[in-house]
Design a binder for this molecule. Structure first.
Ligand code: GLV
Length: 317
């Protein structure tokens, strides 16, 4: 049986599956392993079932024992892993696509609704019982007829676009390449970021974090947005330069933000706290029982497939 280090606690049924499939070293207390501890714990193991909280940078990967052949990331994103360093060491990296599309798109829509309809302020006032109905109380932005700019029209972006369209939004998108008409579902393609941002009454960031997308939403690009735009991010915090977005909230260039992800999680840039128009969640994208179960099971199956066949359809490096 292959020896696998599971770095974070999984749902019970998935831990049972891991124990049936491998000689699995579970993390029952859900301790956050330091990079040093993760390297030590990997001693004698054949693979690691990692999560997005494990920073597997080049330095850490280079110190992993020779026996490690696979890092199976319990996430669709893999910005926490240096893919090149892993490849150079002959370590396969896999992810868990598809199974979290629906749950993450649901949170993407929640961010749009929460930011546009001033949910943070509303929740606070309701709990404090200090509000009074009036014709202009907590007036927000209506989605019907508004233009949604989807940055990154992959699986999650497409699902958000589909739901948003059913809410009456007009969909625009930017991607490295134009999608087929079937996948576009009537959305308007923009071949560059500036063009997309200039029509985005609401922006939904759905692209992966990569060298090309880090800090893509910054001081300069925010200026392309229409005044009073809403910025939402369901992808990765690294894509947004927080100081620039906070400054845009201050200047009312940006009306509201909806963030499920941000740099340096869980330490939110305190600059956001000043703004009631910031609707912020603690990285809940895939957090449903069905999805977290499917993700962990897929992460286990990826390891299984890799050791049985020498390859894996969800290999990303
Ligand atoms: C969640 O953020 C994931 O990448 O799976």
């Amino acid at each position: 049986m292959k020896k696998i280090l599971v770095t974070r606690k999984l749902l019970r049924s998935c831990e049972d599956k891991a124990l049936k499939s491998f000689d699995a070293n579970l993390n029952l207390n859900d301790e956050l392993y330091s990079q040093k501890k993760l390297i030590e714990m990997s001693e004698g193991k054949d693979g690691i079932l990692s999560s997005l909280t494990d920073k597997l940078d080049a330095e850490t990967i280079n110190k992993l024992p020779e026996t490690i052949k696979i890092i199976s990331n319990f996430a669709v994103g893999f910005g926490n892993i240096d893919l090149e360093a892993a490849k150079t060491r002959g370590i396969a990296v896999t992810n868990t696509p598809d199974v979290l599309t629906d749950a993450t798109a649901e949170i993407g829509i929640l961010l749009i609704l929460g930011a546009c309809r001033r949910a943070s302020e509303g929740i606070e006032s309701a709990k404090e019982c200090n509000w009074k109905w009036s014709a202009d109380y907590l007036i927000g932005k209506q989605l019907t007829g508004a233009r949604l700019g989807v940055l990154g029209m992959g699986r999650i972006g497409q699902k958000i676009a589909k739901i948003a369209k059913s809410l009456g939004m007009i969909i625009h998108y930017h991607n490295r390449s134009k999608l087929s008409e079937e996948k576009e579902q009537g959305a308007v393609y923009h071949d560059n970021l500036k063009s997309l941002l200039s029509v985005s009454d609401v922006l939904s960031i759905c692209c992966p974090a990569s060298k090309e997308t880090i800090d893509m939403i910054n001081k300069e690009t925010i200026e392309y947005l229409p005044k009073g735009a809403v910025v939402t991010n369901v992808a990765r915090g690294d894509i947004v330069e927080d100081e620039a977005l906070i400054d845009a909230l201050e200047r009312r260039k940006v009306y509201a933000v909806g963030l499920d992800v941000y740099k340096n999680e869980p330490n939110l840039n305190p600059g956001y706290l000043k703004y009631k128009s910031a609707f912020i969640l603690p990285h809940l994208g895939s957090a449903t029982k069905e999805t977290r179960t499917a993700m962990a099971n897929l992460a286990i199956d990826n390891i299984d497939e890799f050791f049985k066949t020498g390859d894996c359809k969800n290999k990303v490096n």
